[in-house]
Design a protein around this ligand. Structure first.
Ligand code: ATP
Ligand code: MG
Length: 443
């Protein structure tokens, strides 16, 4: 992609209401545009990141054997009355159609997926079932904040599993946890499993927290068990509910996912049953598992940045390479070799400079074409702006690798190679660039 053509440019100043690192850098870098509090347009750069996060989540859900579906955002009130949540869920957006029908804008989809499974599951042979979707959710959050971390419209991956008995849910649940940890590892972030304790001290749900100062959740930590507990759950207890040891207070976390053993709650509400081997009717046992896909984009920024901008992990970077051309476009009058252009030896210094810059540009464009054709994702800064501006934007946008082409590097038939996360600079021969990039992608 040529930066000159990219829709959505960097801006020099942070939005006045940016209350977090991700709010600031995602807006300043041209990744998102805030329409109103908690509602964003994903610009081309941001959408590339979002899609990559989605795809990693999708790959691991597929590897788990879950099947992807897409449920509607419009949910009938009757379903929410059946589950008893029409009145109790405060963040529910309620809307009315022109003929007076009441609807909810889906904040979650138990009310749709449970009766759906009820339609198709008849016998024990139809179980287990695992369905997921990656879809936009709507929540009338009292306070949308921290950029894309808490939106009123956001993207979630929600997985629902249905089992013949509790033992099967118990067997399945750790597989989801494993898939989640794999997802977060691929996204380059460390997730801490945070227990939510059920009545009899048996964990019935887990949260996946990214430890970060900007997190909304307050966590307590038990050094003995190497486990975090959400204070929303355990309150201001100072002893660990597992070992009785001392709890360290006030670590902050961003909840990037969670897993619940719902068991019979929704199966009961929608009367979802199946016929077992002995011909007896049995209740279906259910689990649900969420990942905040759009929140993850913000969480990655919170976890990986410096004071100049974002440092994207390779797996989700909008582009792998940010190619900086230090030299202007060829001047049309000089390169056309107009009949009245002076012979080579008689050019003025400024004309020589212009021809030289055009040369750098052409050589860089050749590298750009070559890399792009061989499948490398390159954002090429082809603008006629100062080197300082180009380097500043490269740091802000945060592609993992910056390559610079200048007269100096070309004199050595090379490009300058610098990783976003380090200050080290080296020259790499143009002839071995693709090989070096392939190596870099593997580590
Ligand atoms: P939270 O405690 O942060 O309000 P939640 O416990 O209500 O989230 P779920 O309803 O289980 O979360 O949603 C699944 C995942 O979706 C969460 O783990 C989180 O990563 C993400 N998520 C929830 N609410 C939002 C939001 N308003 N904006 C962005 N992502 C969200
Ligand atoms: Mg929560």
């Amino acid at each position: 992609m040529l930066y000159s053509k990219l829709f959505g440019k960097t801006s020099k100043s942070a939005p006045h209401d940016a209350d977090s690192v991700n709010a600031r850098f995602l807006a300043q870098g041209g990744f998102v545009d805030q329409v109103m509090a908690g509602v964003f347009t994903w610009l081309p750069l941001g959408l590339r990141v979002l899609r990559k996060v989605e795809n990693i989540v999708r790959e691991e859900m597929d590897a788990l054997g879950a099947e992807e579906i897409l449920m509607p955002a419009l949910e009938p009130k009757e379903n929410w009355e059946k589950s008893g949540r029409w009145q109790t869920v405060g963040i529910l957006y309620k809307i009315k159609s022109r003929d007076g029908r009441e609807l909810a804008l889906g904040p979650t989809h138990e009310e749709i997926v449970t009766p759906l499974v009820g339609k198709f599951v008849k016998s024990y042979k139809d179980l287990p079932v695992a369905l997921y979707q990656i879809q936009t959710k709507f929540r009338d959050e009292p306070r949308a904040k921290s950029g894309v971390l808490r939106g009123r419209e956001f993207e979630m991956k929600d997985l629902y599993s249905f089992h013949a008995d509790e033992a099967d849910l118990e067997k399945y649940y750790p597989q989801v946890v494993k898939a989640y940890l794999k997802i977060f590892k691929r996204l380059g972030i460390k997730a801490e499993i945070t227990s939510a304790l059920g009545g009899s001290f048996s964990p019935t749900s887990d949260e996946f927290q990214l430890i970060a100062e900007s997190g909304e959740d307050k966590l307590s930590y038990c050094a003995n068990d190497k486990k975090y507990f959400n204070q929303e759950l355990i309150g201001d207890k100072t002893v660990c509910p597992l070992c009785g040891g001392e709890l360290k207070k006030e670590v902050r976390g961003i909840e990037i996912g969670n897993t619940f053993k719902l068991k019979y709650k929704f199966a009961d509400a929608f009367n979802v049953q199946y016929t077992d081997k002995d011909g007896k009717r049995q209740k279906v046992v259910m689990g649900c598992y969420g990942i905040g896909v759009s929140r993850l984009v913000g969480a990655i920024v919170e976890a990986s940045h410096d004071d100049r901008g974002i440092i994207w992990p390779k797996s989700v970077a909008p582009y792998l390479v940010h190619l900086v051309i230090l030299g202007g476009r060829p001047s049309p009058t000089l390169t056309k070799a107009a009949p009245n252009s002076p012979p080579l030896g008689t050019r003025t210094p400024s004309e020589r400079g212009a021809r030289g810059r055009g040369g750098v540009y052409k050589a860089a464009m050749k590298i750009y074409d070559d890399l792009t054709k061989s499948g490398v994702e390159v954002l090429c800064d082809d603008r006629d702006v100062s080197p300082g501006e180009k380097f500043g934007d490269a740091d802000l946008i945060g592609a993992p690798l910056r390559l610079v082409v200048s007269e100096k590097t070309l004199a050595k038939k090379s490009v300058e190679w610098k990783e976003r996360k380090s200050e080290a600079i080296k020259l790499v021969k143009i002839s071995s660039l693709k090989k070096e990039l392939a190596k870099y992608c593997k580590v």
